[in-house]
Design a protein around this ligand. Structure first.
Ligand SMILES: Cc1cc2nc3c(=O)[nH]c(=O)nc-3n(C[C@H](O)[C@H](O)[C@H](O)COP(=O)(O)OP(=O)(O)OC[C@H]3O[C@@H](n4cnc5c(N)ncnc54)[C@H](O)[C@@H]3O)c2cc1C
Length: 401
């Protein structure tokens, strides 16, 4: 992208690439800031699967609440009031009660979160254009022109890349930007019923198995589950060749000797209910978040692996913080302030998730040490006081950036 002059004016219009979480939230927050945005999404509406379970943390709920999305999610999602972590023997390693004074985490299908945010943005009159895959952009010095793979274009004062961990806008901002890092884990998950596993009464259970990590929550008859399986040698692709039969067998083998309901739950996963495996990846450090009139938000700038349970929450926070900065500052200053205000927080959470991934992929000796040490660490560090910086975080929308 060419960049001739430094933009010094405030933005009035925005082209947003990506309609996942950050995109619709940014569009709604920008509207509150008096900036008109159009969202361009590569996929057609409803073309994705419902998705496996995703949890929105209290800080993410607060961010979504600023754009009026929290009430809708509360109606749709399952509250997670308590978390229980066990070892493969069934021994409880840690119990994390609902933080006092906090709204509970909300768990809902990943695809449903995006669909609801898109619906809410559209209801507010924000234009969402589907089937538009961004490929490139030109900074004219006075505006930015985005180009799509159908040879159409869109022009605005700023280009906001909310296009996820494999962002195409990132290459426009910095052609040398690092790409996603494979964590060594492959993730599975979905929703099944009829498992026979009793309602967990608002608790989510996690198990460090002998060979893999398992999580589930049952509400009524419906069970939300996920599993993280260590798989070596996937750094450069390789998931596409394997499907349901292969992975279900791999998961059944991994959990065969563990004490917990993983096998009963996996028994209910049919080929129709099987959601293709995801390589768990993160983006620990993206050195450049903006250039000229283009900026990155959400996973495009700072993807944490799902082990933090914070990716969507951080995407929503960043989208709102960017809108706040663009509301109050000329474009280049706004981008700098946004970067300054967000970087430390997101990178700290990404690093914590990376350590959790190591614990999930521990070998037999490391696993024994983990199971001895984890209760001590959780008791000391997973207190409401120690985790307040993550969950109590609030963007002060009223404050001038
Ligand atoms: C298996 C799994 C489990 C997860 N669990 C959790 C969890 O429990 N809690 C949590 O907070 N987070 C979780 N996450 C992470 C969370 O999904 C992301 O952090 C969050 O969705 C990031 O939002 P985003 O808007 O930045 O990106 P995305 O939600 O990825 O949205 C990007 C959008 O951009 C579109 N797009 C991509 N390229 C283009 C292009 N060239 N042109 C136009 N559009 C494009 C995509 O189609 C997509 O709709 C999980 C992720 C995975 C993979």
């Amino acid at each position: 992208m060419q960049h001739r002059t430094r933009p010094q004016t405030k933005a009035r219009t925005a082209v947003i690439i990506g309609g996942g979480v950050a995109g619709p939230v940014a569009a709604m927050a920008l509207r509150m800031a008096g900036i008109e945005a159009t969202v361009y999404e590569a996929h057609e509406p409803g073309s994705g699967s419902r998705g496996g379970p995703l949890s929105v943390a209290p800080n993410g709920r607060a961010a979504l609440g600023l754009v009026g999305a929290d009430d809708i999610l509360t109606e749709l999602a399952t509250p997670t009031r308590r978390m229980v972590i066990r070892s493969y023997t069934g021994k409880i390693l840690a119990e994390i009660p609902e933080p006092p004074g906090q709204a509970p985490r909300l768990t809902l299908p990943r695809g449903q979160l995006s669909a609801e945010l898109q619906r809410l943005a559209a209801a507010e009159g924000i234009e969402l254009v589907h089937g538009k895959r961004f490929v490139d952009a030109t900074d004219t010095g006075r505006s930015v022109i985005a180009r799509f793979d159908d040879h159409t274009t869109a022009e605005a004062d700023v280009l906001i890349g909310c296009d996820g961990i494999r962002s195409a806008v990132r290459a426009v901002v910095d052609p040398r930007a690092p790409g996603p890092r494979y964590t060594g884990l492959v993730s599975f998950g979905g929703y099944v019923d009829g498992t026979g596993v009793p309602d967990t009464a608002g608790a989510q259970y996690f198990m460090f198995g002998r060979r893999a990590f398992f999580g589930y929550q049952v509400e009524g008859d419906e069970c939300a589950w996920f599993a993280n399986l260590p798989v070596k040698g996937l750094a450069s692709g390789g998931l596409e060749a394997t499907g349901y039969e292969h992975w279900i067998e791999a998961l059944r083998t991994a959990f065969a000797r563990d004490n917990g309901p993983a096998l009963e739950i996996l028994d209910r996963v049919t080929p129709e209910k099987f959601i293709p495996a995801h390589k768990l990846e993160d983006l620990p450090h993206t050195p450049v978040w903006s250039r000229g009139r283009a900026v990155l938000v959400g996973d495009a700038a700072h993807a944490t692996s799902p082990s933090s349970g914070q990716g969507a929450s951080l995407a929503a926070e960043s989208a709102i913080e960017l809108a706040r900065c663009l509301r109050d500052l000329p474009i280049d200053q706004a981008f700098r302030a946004y970067h300054r205000n967000r970087r430390e927080r997101v990178e700290r959470i990404i690093a914590i998730a990376a350590r959790t991934n190591q614990a999930k992929a521990a070998g037999p000796i490391a696993a024994r040490i983990r199971d001895l040490v984890l209760p001590i660490i959780m008791g000391r560090f997973n207190t409401p006081e120690r985790t307040a910086w993550q969950y109590d975080y609030r963007i002060n929308w009223e404050e001038v950036a």
